[in-house]
Design a protein around this ligand. Structure first.
Ligand SMILES: [Zn+2]
Length: 272
């Protein structure tokens, strides 16, 4: 049942990401830490160990589902085993091997080191520890990085003031990383550190990396942030001068929902 339930969830999430327009062509990738008991429900066919650029000891021995390099996320719904598969991390956390799926000799996403660095940073023994990382190309958030000179505080405050639920969903704010070449160890390591602090990260001119304890929570964070920027753009189309939540109203939200916010975001003045 673990396998069946997981495949149902991954098929729904990848289909939803596609229908939202966030994973064009082979854009976007996903990794999910799955219960090791899934091994009892698959017929593992272990591949060769592949060394990781950096050891990931906190996820040693863990099992992940990862989408495949060059694969289109819209096709995962048709075949999760042809467009991704399960991998196992070595006992010392220094390598991985494929166990199931990746049919036709395909491999995990080229962003796998970034994914595994992040899982290694954010995984804890606590309930609700992050298990999911989704990278996708959300058009409104990407467009925002072209339209406004962003930093983490400006982006976080913009989300808070443009949609009432955002302070509650992102009390610690969201992070912003200036443009880097994707797929490198440098962007992977910097992203992992930022995602440990805040669960949503916008890569300038590129897209989002979001973590969560489940596919639903992770998808929901993407959806709230992206929809809020859509609201911002719609409002700006109607008027150059905007009305939005005041600091006093944000403070009332913080108090009502007992949110532990980042005070630096509250102090930030928006450039519009
Ligand atoms: Zn991308």
């Amino acid at each position: 049942m673990i396998l069946e339930n997981f495949l149902t969830e991954i098929k729904k999430t990848t289909a939803d990401l596609w229908h939202k327009g966030w994973t064009e062509a082979n854009g976007g990738n996903i990794s999910v830490r799955v219960d090791k008991a899934v091994l009892e429900e698959i017929d593992p066919a272990a591949g060769q160990w592949v060394e990781l650029p950096k050891k990931c000891p906190k996820i040693a021995g863990e099992i992940f589902y990862a989408t495949g390099t060059g694969k289109h996320l819209r096709n995962v719904e048709l075949s999760p085993s042809a467009n991704g598969g399960f991998i196992e991390i070595s006992p010392d956390g220094g390598a991985y091997r494929t166990l199931w799926g990746f049919q036709g000799g395909s491999k995990p996403t080229s962003e796998l080191p970034s994914h595994l660095f992040t899982h290694n940073e954010v995984t804890t023994d606590q309930p609700g520890s992050p298990r999911v990382l989704i990278h996708c190309h959300t058009p409104n958030l990407i467009a925002l990085s072209y339209a406004i000179k962003l930093d983490s505080n400006i982006l976080s405050k913009l989300l808070w003031v443009m949609q009432t639920e955002c302070l509650v969903v992102f009390p610690e704010g969201v992070s912003f990383l200036p443009w880097h070449v994707p797929g490198t160890n440098q962007i992977g390591e910097e992203s992992a550190k930022l995602l440990k602090k805040r669960p949503v990260l916008l890569w300038e001119y590129h897209g989002l990396l979001v973590i969560g304890s489940s596919l639903d929570e992770t998808f929901g964070r993407i959806h709230v942030a992206e929809k809020t920027v859509d609201i911002f753009f719609k409002a700006r189309l109607c008027s150059a001068k905007l009305n939005y939540l005041s600091d006093e109203q944000l403070e009332k939200l913080r108090s009502q929902f007992d949110c532990r916010i980042d005070p630096e975001i509250m102090k930030t003045k928006l450039p519009f």
